[in-house]
Ligand binder design. Structure first.
Ligand SMILES: [Zn+2]
Length: 489
């Protein structure tokens, strides 16, 4: 059954932790809770002790403004926070401080869009809003949430800043959702507000329905990669139910990433259950145009503009430049590399792109590393391209050097230590050729009747040099010696 029919409707709610903040949203506890002992990064505010008062983190407002600008949202100039009431162990004060765009409240920013490209089609994924809220505590289950005999609560995460990005229900396939998240991840990285490679820095809720039927909400998908999987599963599940003549019910489901299925958690609670009301302990937020302009001026070039510029400046294809800009670290690396050699032109720009995007990234993926985890320097790729283009090494040998390059060794060091340089010294190869012919009288004899036998002699030279002899020179030398000896014409 095809799951790309246009009767599928998908909307996403993406929660992103602003990991690049130093402190939590309403207190001065450190944001950097990962790997720390449970319940050690807490204070009266973030564990919600009576009488404690929250104070807004101004940098969080700055970061939200950056993202709003990057996503082309309309920023609300005056707003206040709301209490979202619910009773659950991950929120010790029984309400989450959030924003609410009803009952006189406003989101942080409305609208906005991300343009995605899929199978050479462009599509705008329209956003509904983005808003700020605090992260609840982390619940730790033994095994899966459904089978765990107990729950542990770690309040270190409680009060960390989340920004929620809510799309309109405009995506019609898991692939579109994947492309949307890919672009969003890139924009977040360029905005400098979060490191989405950190464990738990992103959580996605997905609303999925088949046109004309009730929707289900799949909660807490813990990585962008899992979203596409969860959507595929859920679409198949819903379609199978419809095929069997069953009705779909509006419900909240959980994505079990170990078993790779969604399971029903509860039938959907209605918004009124949350009893939203204004958070009177916090002053309203006022944002003026000057502040927005300042933030705008500090934002770097975004991936879309950068891709256009790379195409212009380095003569790259749309495909290459779009891929290159996706990860800011990779794109920065590329530009530093190609700009460090004034003799580089379009051929070398393309060569550099291929090296980086194919050969280097393949090894990084195998090692599960990012480029910043390695000691690779942009100039190493410049050197390797020079060595290849000057015929000093073969592409094949160059590719065997990548792992040493990632360790920070320069090309000349690797060639020296590993002796991987191509041997084209004729005198040295003539000496080897004479040795080979002396050592293999039977093969030499065979050369008189079998033209293929001389290949074996050339192979012996390659063996002696561990494959580094220049094969053309080795061949000419063997032929010359055999001719001289009158063995071949
Ligand atoms: Zn705190």
């Amino acid at each position: 059954m095809s799951i790309q029919n246009n009767d599928v409707i998908i909307g996403l709610e993406v929660h992103i932790q602003l990991t690049n903040l130093k402190t939590k949203l309403f207190c001065s506890c450190s944001n950097d809770y990962r790997g720390k002992d449970p319940n050690t990064y807490v204070c009266p505010v973030c564990i919600g002790l009576p009488g404690s008062l929250p104070v807004i983190n101004k940098k969080a407002i700055n970061f939200a403004t950056r993202l709003a600008i990057a996503l082309n949202c309309e920023i609300n100039k005056s707003m206040y926070f709301f209490r979202k009431n619910y009773f659950y162990p991950d929120m010790s004060k029984n309400f989450q401080i959030s924003q609410y765009n009803k009952a006189g409240g406003k989101a942080f920013a409305d609208g906005g869009k991300i343009t995605i490209k899929l199978n050479s089609h462009k599509k705008d994924v329209i956003l509904n809003r983005i808003h700020l809220e605090e992260d609840p505590a982390r619940l730790v289950h033994k095994g899966s949430i459904a089978t765990s005999p107990y729950t542990l609560v770690d309040y270190n995460r409680s009060g960390v800043t989340l920004i929620e990005i809510v799309t309109e229900p405009v995506m019609s396939s898991p692939e579109e959702a994947r492309e949307f998240l890919k672009q969003l991840k890139s924009i977040v990285q360029y905005s400098g507000i979060s490191r989405l490679d950190l464990e738990g820095s992103v959580r996605v809720d997905a609303n999925i329905s088949i046109k004309g039927h009730e929707r289900s909400e799949v909660k807490n998908i813990n990585s962008f990669k899992e979203v596409e999987r969860a959507l595929r599963h859920e679409i198949v599940r819903q379609k199978n139910l419809l095929k069997r003549g069953k009705d779909l019910i509006q419900e909240t489901r959980h994505w079990d990433d170990k078993r790779r299925i969604t399971i029903s958690l509860r039938t959907k609670e209605f918004e009124a259950d949350y009893r939203y009301f204004p958070e009177e302990d916090l002053v309203p937020i006022e944002i003026d145009n000057r502040f927005i302009q300042q933030v705008k001026d500090d934002l770097p070039e975004m991936p879309n503009e950068r891709s256009l510029r790379l195409r212009r400046e380095y003569d790259l294809s749309e495909f290459d430049s779009d891929n290159l800009v996706l990860d800011k670290d990779i794109a920065d690396f590329y530009e530093e590399g190609v700009n460090s050699d004034a003799s580089f032109g379009p051929n070398e720009y393309k060569q550099y792109c291929n090296w980086l995007m194919n050969d280097i990234l393949r090894v990084l993926n195998e090692q599960n590393k990012t480029i910043k985890d390695t000691k690779l320097h942009p100039h190493q790729i410049v050197d390797i391209i020079r060595y290849i283009n000057e015929g000093k090494i073969t592409t094949k040998i160059a590719k065997t050097m990548i792992e040493d390059m990632l360790e920070g060794f320069s090309i000349s060091e690797i060639l020296e230590i590993k002796g991987k340089k191509r041997i084209s010294d004729e005198n040295f190869l003539i000496k080897l050729g004479n040795e080979v012919i002396e050592e293999n009288p039977n093969i030499v004899k065979d050369c008189r009747v079998n033209p293929k036998a001389k290949e074996a002699l050339i192979g012996k030279i390659m063996q002696k040099t561990k494959g580094q002899a220049d094969p053309h020179i080795a061949r000419n030398i063997i032929l010359k010696i055999l001719e001289k000896k009158g063995i071949i014409d």
